[in-house]
Design a protein around this ligand. Structure first.
Ligand SMILES: Cc1ncc(COP(=O)(O)O)c(C=O)c1O
Length: 407
């Protein structure tokens, strides 16, 4: 049997043995400290929740229900068809997919847009990074309101954009007067508003988005990654697109469509904003396989939205149940719930993990975030939490605390 030569020249199949020992020239060349890394990246860990092998995973706001057998089979057929053309680059403009996305938004929120006002990329993270690539950069500012999605400052960092963060109120809503004051003072070229917000689940009323759009000198992105989970009567910023040509609504197929693994996010805005993103996107950024899979999922939108209804009901029941335990629970329009306040949230997180349930230790100190799972997963979470709350690890925090940032 053949294998790699390890540092001592021994023949081995163990890849770890091939890693150079500290002190030899190969190790020095591979050390981060010797690389011309940008100063802002020194000492920074890659973003991401711990990937642990645990029976009940409720930590990254995925949809717990996989695509149905029918959908999976059709995706397989579509991928096979796409595979036969993979010697060619994919459609760079993917207008078919953009038209399907426009149809979905018309079905979901009643707002009808032409395909040219839609854009897509590998996850809404990539879409929003493209927004910062197009409108941020040296000498420019991006603004948001914390606690909010931890990736926003990373888009700013990676594009050399100055990052300014205002505070949400203690109930995680955004004070329109304070938001307007911050935007007027900072004159940002990009404002990022998550609605429903991660990690709090809070949706923004229309008046807050309008107030910000009325004074913002640049692009306002409303990140609606969880919009399909919003409660009855909660509006989508899509309804404001006609009035504000510099407003952009970012959405994703990762959550409602059970498609986190396919990496498809999209954005609806004016044609001009979409044209700006077309300038900064890498050539052929959305693979033919991705486009094919997304189009199959979109053909099944109505069925997927029924699944979302079930998760919304599960979410509302979970909020009510947690409140019944005398915990503080943020109102949620998303597929997750933020609850607290615990004296030692890390101990509570650990207690849940020891019982096979992984939730997310994020948001203000004292709070934990749990994604809505299948009824079985939620039941496992409930029994684990009841047990943890009965131990010292589940002690409640004393006295009111102002929420802190998510990082
Ligand atoms: C608020 C918010 N926006 C955007 C995303 C990114 O999602 P994706 O890149 O999978 O579309 C997430 C992911 O969890 C999120 O919570």
């Amino acid at each position: 049997m053949s294998g790699d030569a390890g540092p001592a020249g021994a023949t081995t199949t163990d890849p770890v043995a091939a890693v150079p020992t500290p002190g030899d020239p190969a190790a020095r060349a591979a050390s981060l400290a010797d690389l011309p890394l940008r100063d802002v990246l020194r000492g920074v860990e890659p973003y991401g929740a711990p990937q642990l092998d645990v029976p009940v995973l409720l930590n990254v706001n995925e949809n717990p229900v996989p695509p149905s057998e029918v959908v999976a089979r059709e995706m397989g057929e579509a991928v096979a068809a796409a595979a036969r053309g993979l010697n060619r680059y994919p459609d760079r403009e993917f207008l078919d997919l953009r038209a399907d996305l426009a149809d979905f938004l018309a079905l979901e929120s009643g707002v009808r847009l032409p395909a040219a006002q839609l854009w897509a990329a590998n996850g809404s993270n990539e879409v929003m990074l493209q927004v910062l690539q197009a409108f941020g950069g040296e000498g420019r500012t991006a603004v948001s309101f914390a606690p909010t999605y931890s990736m926003y400052p990373e888009y700013a960092r990676d594009t050399g954009t100055r990052w300014v963060v205002g505070r949400r109120r203690d109930d995680f809503t955004v004070d329109p007067a304070a938001a307007v004051a911050l935007v007027e003072r900072e004159q940002p070229s990009v404002v990022l508003l998550a609605s429903p917000n991660n990690p709090t689940g809070t949706a923004l009323p229309r008046e807050v988005v309008e107030a910000v759009c009325d004074v913002a000198p640049g692009v306002v992105v409303v990140d609606e990654a969880y919009a399909e989970f919003r409660r009855e009567g909660v509006p989508s910023a899509l309804e404001l697109l006609e009035r504000y040509p510099r407003l952009a609504v970012s959405r994703t197929m990762s959550k409602a469509f059970s498609l986190a693994g396919a990496r498809v996010g999209y954005l609806a805005s004016s044609r001009a904003v979409v044209d700006a993103l077309r300038v900064v996107r890498l050539p052929y950024h959305l693979s033919g396989v991705t486009q094919a899979v997304a189009r199959v999922a979109l053909r099944h939108s109505a069925e997927l939205l029924r699944g979302v209804d079930a998760l919304r009901a599960e979410r509302d029941a979970l909020v009510a149940w947690l409140r019944g335990l005398d915990l503080e629970v943020a109102d949620s329009d998303a597929n997750f719930v933020l609850f607290g306040r615990l004296a030692d949230r890390h101990a509570a997180w650990r207690g849940l993990l020891d019982r096979g349930v992984l939730v997310r230790e994020t948001g203000p100190e004292g709070w934990l975030r749990v994604s809505v799972g299948t009824p079985e997963e939620t039941a496992a979470f409930r029994s684990a939490l009841v047990e943890v709350l009965a131990t010292p690890a589940g002690a409640r925090a004393a006295g009111p605390d102002a929420p802190e940032g998510t990082r």
